[in-house]
Design a protein around this ligand. Structure first.
Ligand code: ZN
Length: 277
């Protein structure tokens, strides 16, 4: 999956004393466009030396490479680099650069949303010790936003429930039931509610599988769950959200499903195909 970069390691601790070095990696984003060199699936970010002087904020480190966010709202020019849709991370290599890009996008989105205090409107300043934006007027503290959501694999004997989103034109990718956790509910209750809302089914035997950071939704933390349909297996589709939902047999999936990709959804479908669930 996207976060599986071993033996390399993401050190996400905020290093307040870190200064951009010429060889540090520089991340510059204009909305969802990332300044990078992307050729034949290979993704490269500019170094601080290549991007030039400016205001940099420390992000994280992957092994010995420090990543800095270039805080600039204007388009920048660096020879050999161009702005690409952040979506290129999905198939890009090396894997640690793809993971760095999507994680940097998560943090860049959070910094962009927290320039001003959400409570009194004054301009925030970065805390000196930890990754936190602090209001110098009212003292309000803003920490990076992480939003839990669930990915749900509903099984019924030898069949798995697959869905397809309605609001993503051109998408041929099958998905699992998914949705954000809402105020006041547990992750297990999110599973029950989302399955009922999207496909009208009751579920039982809810088991946690694995989690995955999902920075591309600017704060997502995906929690994967398995469960079984409880009683009636007739699907009632929520057409506002889904264009399709169907029970697909393990054998049919084995013959048609190819690439588990970098997402938790793909890994869970692959685990089902292998008979591990
Ligand atoms: Zn304030």
């Amino acid at each position: 999956m996207i976060q599986d970069i071993a033996p390399k390691h993401l050190y996400n601790h905020y290093e307040s004393a870190a200064k951009p070095e010429p060889q540090s990696a520089a991340v510059h984003l204009l909305g969802k466009r990332l300044l990078c060199a992307y050729n034949g699936g290979e993704l490269r970010l500019p170094t601080v030396a290549e991007l030039g002087e400016g205001e940099y904020t420390y992000l994280f480190r992957i092994d010995e490479t420090a990543y800095f966010l270039r805080r600039d709202g204007a388009e920048l020019a660096a020879e050999g680099f161009a702005y690409e849709d952040i979506g290129v991370w999905r198939g890009a290599h090396p894997r640690q650069t793809a993971f760095a890009a999507v994680t940097a996008f998560h943090l860049a989105s959070w910094y962009a949303e927290n320039r001003y205090c959400g409570k009194c409107g004054a301009e925030n300043v970065h805390d000196g010790a930890e990754r936190m934006m602090r209001c110098p007027v009212c003292g309000h503290m803003a920490f990076p936003k992480i939003m839990p959501s669930v990915i749900v694999a509903v099984t019924h004997g030898d069949r798995l429930l697959l869905t397809r989103y309605a609001n993503r034109p051109g998408s041929t990718r099958f998905a699992l039931v998914a949705g954000f956790t809402e105020i006041g509910e547990t992750a297990e209750q999110t599973v029950e509610r989302e399955v009922m809302e999207e496909v009208g089914l009751r579920v039982k035997n809810i088991r946690y599988y694995k989690s995955q950071p999902w920075g591309i939704s600017a704060g997502g933390l995906l929690l994967g769950f398995w469960c079984e349909v409880d009683g009636d297996d007739d699907i009632t589709l929520d057409r506002a959200e889904l264009s399709e939902a169907a029970w697909v047999s393990r054998e049919e999936l084995r013959q048609t499903y190819t690439d588990p990709g970098v997402a938790l959804t793909g890994e869970m479908i692959a685990e089902f195909i292998k008979g591990n669930i």
